[in-house]
Design a binder for this molecule. Structure first.
Ligand code: NAG
Length: 114
């Protein structure tokens, strides 16, 4: 039992990633926008990058999925808009001395179901 617990803790600390998944990204929604946000690393510096998206036809955002493909200790926050709005502003911040690499998907309602 102790061994299993230790193994679990090691796994969690090695396979680290800071994903952001909010709202509905699976049912009766379509991917309205896919973007890759990357920023190169600078030693000793935390890199901050902003991502803005506005839905051109004013359909409301149903879900947002941002995957940390670098599996880093970066962080990502919604600073404006988001689920229930037609726009979203995201703020991404890298781990000190590392770059950023996020795959961002914005999902809106699928009109086909209405
Ligand atoms: C997101 O918000 C948390 C809590 O306020 C903060 O610690 C973190 O630095 C923020 N990250 C970004 C990328 O703004």
């Amino acid at each position: 039992m102790k061994l299993i617990l230790v193994g679990l803790v090691v796994c969690l600390s090695v396979v680290y990633a800071n994903h952001l998944i909010v709202g509905n990204v699976a049912n009766r929604v379509v991917l309205a926008n896919q973007a890759r946000v990357e920023y190169n690393a600078i030693p000793f510096i935390k890199r901050v990058k902003y991502f803005f998206y506005t839905q051109p036809d004013n359909r409301l955002i149903q879900g947002i999925q941002a995957l940390d493909t670098m599996h880093s200790k970066a962080s990502i926050n919604i600073t404006a808009g988001g689920v229930g709005y037609s726009y979203v502003n995201l703020r991404l911040k890298s781990e000190r001395g590392r770059g950023l690499a996020y795959d961002i998907g914005i999902y809106v309602q699928d009109l086909f179901y209405h």
